[in-house]
Design a protein. Structure first.
Length: 262
């Protein structure tokens, strides 16, 4: 598979899937909602998100919309060799806004697509430059506020009270009164995890507790812990625990009897 850039509208009905290639989505018109492994956010014109390979994601357009989508195999030329550091862009899901240089390059890219069409060589070159611009844009985020610590116990309570709802970075950053950029960086520095990993772990721990301590049907456990569907819940359980939700319930595995998530 080679890199591919396309412009499409997203269906207004919620869809979900995972794929073995990375993806970058940038809004061109209208609005779209994404939830990537438990981290939710909105995309409007000139903002976007990063979807790492094999991450289950749910998405839906709102009304008339148009998105630029870049599909990147993990062994794409722009992610290996001299450019291998660009692969770190896909360490975790992320939402972003375009800075001025990236906006200018996007204008150029759209013009080039009109002229070059779907030429593989041209799409590879455009993809490489887009990744470089995006890497520069995200690397120039303001540094974290030194000395400011996040109250993780308070954050855990907030997550627990909102498990059934999609949680955005802005929702969580509002608790310690930090900007999204500062919150992300402070959080990883303090917790040793990305935000999406932390939220996903809280959802899974709560779901495992409900499986062993309640008789709720699996669909209800999934809904109460913020998974968009029972299939997404099953996928997450198999990935985290090596067993399906029904098997976890049958074996009576509980939090005290199995290793904690990390």
């Amino acid at each position: 598979m080679s890199s591919a850039i396309r412009q499409i509208p997203l269906d207004n009905a919620t869809r979900h899937h995972a794929h073995d290639f990375h993806q970058i989505v940038i809004g061109l018109e209208g609005r779209a909602e994404f939830e990537i492994e438990g981290v939710g956010g909105a995309i409007s014109a000139l903002s976007g998100c990063i979807v790492p390979a094999n991450h289950m994601h749910y998405y839906a357009g709102t009304g008339q919309n148009r998105q630029l989508i870049l599909d990147l195999p993990r062994d794409a030329h722009c992610l290996i060799g001299f450019h291998h550091e660009l692969s770190r862009l896909f360490d975790a899901p992320r939402f972003f806004a375009l800075d001025a240089p990236l906006k200018r390059y996007l204008d150029f890219l759209l013009l080039e697509l009109d002229v070059a069409g779907d030429s593989d060589s041209q799409q590879e070159r455009l993809s490489a430059t887009l990744l470089g611009c995006l890497n520069t844009c995200l690397a120039e985020a303001p540094p974290p506020v030194r000395g400011r610590r996040i109250d993780l116990a308070r954050l855990d309570r907030f997550i627990a009270h909102h498990l059934a709802s999609p949680l955005s970075v802005s929702d969580l950053a509002r608790e310690p009164c930090l900007s999204e950029a500062h919150f992300r960086q402070c959080f990883r520095e303090q917790a040793g995890l990305t935000l999406w990993q932390y939220v996903r772990n809280r959802r899974l721990e709560a779901a495992r507790h409900l499986l062993t301590e309640s008789k709720f049907p699996l669909s209800e456990v999934a809904a109460q812990t913020g998974f968009a569907s029972q299939s997404a819940f099953s996928h997450a359980c198999r990935e985290a625990f090596g067993e399906s939700p029904s098997r976890l319930r049958q074996t009576g595995r509980c939090l005290a009897g199995s290793p904690p998530l990390s």
